[in-house]
Design a protein. Structure first.
Length: 237
């Protein structure tokens, strides 16, 4: 019987062909890695390994890791929908809450979303939906345009903060320490804190989220843009 070295080797032509690379396939694979290993593991090198190719091949479709992470976020936003019926404020709050919940499910992505700027179809649909709801509510166009930025910043920061806290092993101890400090303040030195200690830590996360969105909507509606011309250059959503 011959050894393994005596066995005929399979030529490249006999091996199964690798699937052709595409941006959609790359992003889908990146999402899979994030779900199983976390966003920190989604690097060009790790992605290339998963796709059985070289990192250089990926740069044809994705410029860098930041663009890849933005594409992952855009992919996840594809599940967001505006609810049918109901008051426009309720539907806007529901959409932003769904956006926050999507980020909260992936802590690494929620923190990255504070700085990455997706520009894919799902993100554009989210912005379009927010603008449409603000328009339905009679918000002036300019204020709605700037307001979308504020609303998304608030929703993103809320998800990042809550996800970070939930990952901490000292979250409950920190909360107990803060609550104790608030309730233990002196009316002489901190009269406002002493009088509102209970209110400062009251309400559920959902209640505070809805209240915050309502507060922002009211402010967006009542606050006109600066009188001078504002260039679109440097503006961010």
């Amino acid at each position: 019987m011959g050894s393994e070295t005596d066995q005929p080797r399979r030529s490249r032509r006999e091996r199964p062909a690798k699937p052709a690379l595409s941006r959609d396939g790359i992003v889908a694979t990146a999402v899979g890695i994030m779900r199983s290993e976390g966003l920190a593991k989604v690097t060009m090198r790790r992605l290339a390994q998963e796709l059985d190719t070289g990192p250089a091949s990926l740069y044809v479709y994705v410029a860098n890791t930041a663009e890849l992470h933005a594409a992952i976020l855009d992919e996840l936003l594809g599940t967001l929908r505006v609810e049918d019926g109901g008051d426009w404020r309720e539907r806007l709050t529901g959409l932003l809450t769904s956006y926050t919940d999507t980020l909260f499910t992936h802590p690494g992505l929620s923190r990255a979303a504070l700085v990455i700027r997706p520009s894919g179809p799902h993100y554009l649909r989210l912005v379009e939906s927010l603008l449409a709801l603000l328009d339905e509510g009679g918000i002036p166009p300019g204020q709605a345009a700037w307001g979308v930025d504020v609303l998304l910043q608030y929703a993103t920061a809320t998800a990042a903060e809550q996800a970070t806290r939930d990952q901490s092993t000292d979250t409950q101890a920190e909360w107990d320490s803060l609550t104790g400090a608030l309730h233990g303040t002196s009316e002489r030195t901190h009269p406002h804190i002493a009088g509102l200690a209970g209110q400062l830590v009251s309400g559920t996360a959902e209640q505070r989220m809805s209240w915050g969105i309502a507060t922002l909507i009211n402010g967006i509606s009542a606050t006109p843009l600066p009188a001078e011309d504002v260039s679109a250059e440097g503006a961010q959503i």
